[in-house]
Design a protein around this ligand. Structure first.
Ligand SMILES: [Zn+2]
Length: 90
């Protein structure tokens, strides 16, 4: 631990870096099963789903599902290509 770094003990007993960009809440809630998690938890230990950072009210965000977005964009692109191929092609 670097000298001068300010630390504080959270009510849950966790030691947190005051200088980190962690939100004010010492814990966060799983958005799926409403269980309390560590503020830095990446995965809920109860429902095993991925959780993001806590929002202003201390509930973890659902992480962005890049694969789902990618599949959505690709399927729209394929649909657009099909419309072009079927109707607009000369
Ligand atoms: Zn959960």
């Amino acid at each position: 631990m670097a000298p001068g770094a300010s630390r504080r003990i959270c009510p849950g007993g966790d030691i947190m870096d005051e200088t980190s960009s962690a939100p004010a809440h010492p814990s966060k809630k799983c958005p799926y099963c409403n269980i309390y998690l560590e503020i830095n938890a990446k995965r809920c230990y109860s429902c095993k789903r991925r959780v993001g950072r806590a929002n202003r009210v201390g509930i973890a965000r659902k992480p962005l599902d890049w694969l789902a977005y990618l599949i959505c964009i690709l399927s729209w692109a394929a649909f657009g290509f099909y419309v072009w191929w079927a109707f607009l092609r000369k």
